[in-house]
Design a protein around this ligand. Structure first.
Ligand SMILES: [Zn+2]
Length: 316
């Protein structure tokens, strides 16, 4: 199964160009992504409206209320001046590449400025982050912990250097194989931070097996903080069942260190981790990632202006 995923064909560049090569094709695809069942007014939810052109852009007028909307408003594309074609090409490059693609590579491939490439990459990663945040794990889960940007001695729960990012890695297993993963940055590994993590990352009755470090943190909260989780130790489930998690953490580090050297990304770690997570959780069908991510871009909230204006100089 893993081999068939590893060696599957992605969407070829020729196929991509045939489907999304022109601005008009991209507009049609993104309209479909935003309103798969026809127009819905973002203000009142009314399902009828009419479209007209205002200069280059299409505008939708709701039939029930005075609200007018454009294709981009209220989506990740809201403040973007880039063409729809550039957006789709970025989605293609990000989803079909084997590793996370850095803003620098996007800049070269798309022929846009550094700042535009950085923003585009972060808006797309933000769409991934918001989609992934809504997907908690359940049933049979393995949990481990790690640091990005350098290792720390075992057993420390406190906050590390600013450049280091503490994260919890979790995988949901189905018949012994990884179904979905989560990589969540956490403030630290204190019981309170772990309880917050469990509340957003797990759902329903779970049988959770964790490394001794995480387990001791969560047990400090028991019984009230643990909810519907059954806690098992690594010894009880066998170290073998943690093999996938170790492979995934190794892959995560490779994916991030290869493309985001300098590890300037502590501030944006949640988005970088979400990108790896998003791609892994949808690995079964590479070609479907393009329309899937276009859908995510159209159905997640735009980043705030504060984030948009905090573009770093150079770096990742
Ligand atoms: Zn309306």
């Amino acid at each position: 199964m893993i081999n068939s995923i590893q060696f599957q064909k992605g969407l070829s560049l020729a196929d991509f160009m045939a489907r999304y090569g022109t601005e008009a094709q991209c507009e049609a695809a993104l309209i479909k992504a935003r309103w798969p069942d026809g127009f819905v007014c973002p203000r009142c939810g009314h399902r009828r409206g009419y479209a007209f052109r205002h200069g280059k852009n299409a505008v939708w007028q709701c039939s029930a209320c005075p609200h007018q909307t454009s294709l981009r408003s209220g989506t990740q594309m809201e403040h973007s001046l880039l063409s729809l074609r550039t957006w789709m090409l970025a989605i293609y490059l990000i989803t079909q590449s084997k590793t996370n693609i850095a803003a620098l590579a996007l800049r070269r491939q798309l022929g846009i400025s550094w700042k535009a490439a950085w923003l585009l990459k972060h808006k797309i990663m933000e769409a991934m982050r918001q989609r992934e945040a809504q997907r908690p794990l359940s049933a049979e889960v393995r949990v481990d912990h790690g640091w990005l940007g350098g290792e720390r001695p075992a057993g420390q729960r406190g906050r590390g250097a600013k450049s280091k990012v503490a994260f919890v890695a979790a995988v949901e297993l189905r018949e012994g194989r990884p179904l979905r993963v989560r990589f969540d940055p956490v403030e630290d590994f204190s019981p309170a931070a772990l309880a917050q993590w469990a509340a957003r990352a797990l759902t329903g009755p779970c049988l959770v097996s964790m490394d001794a470090f995480i387990r001791s943190g969560l047990l400090a909260l028991a019984p009230q903080g643990v909810g519907q989780m059954g806690l098992l130790s690594q010894d009880e489930t066998g170290v073998e069942s943690f093999r996938w998690l170790n492979i995934l953490i190794g892959n995560l580090k490779t994916a991030l260190s290869g493309t985001h050297h300098a590890f300037k990304f502590a501030k944006y770690a949640n988005r970088y981790l979400a990108e790896v997570q998003y791609r892994f959780n949808r690995r079964a069908s590479l070609p479907a990632l393009v329309p899937g991510l276009a859908f995510a871009v159209m159905h997640t909230h735009p980043m705030t202006r504060r984030v948009i204006t905090s573009v770093p100089e150079g770096g990742t």
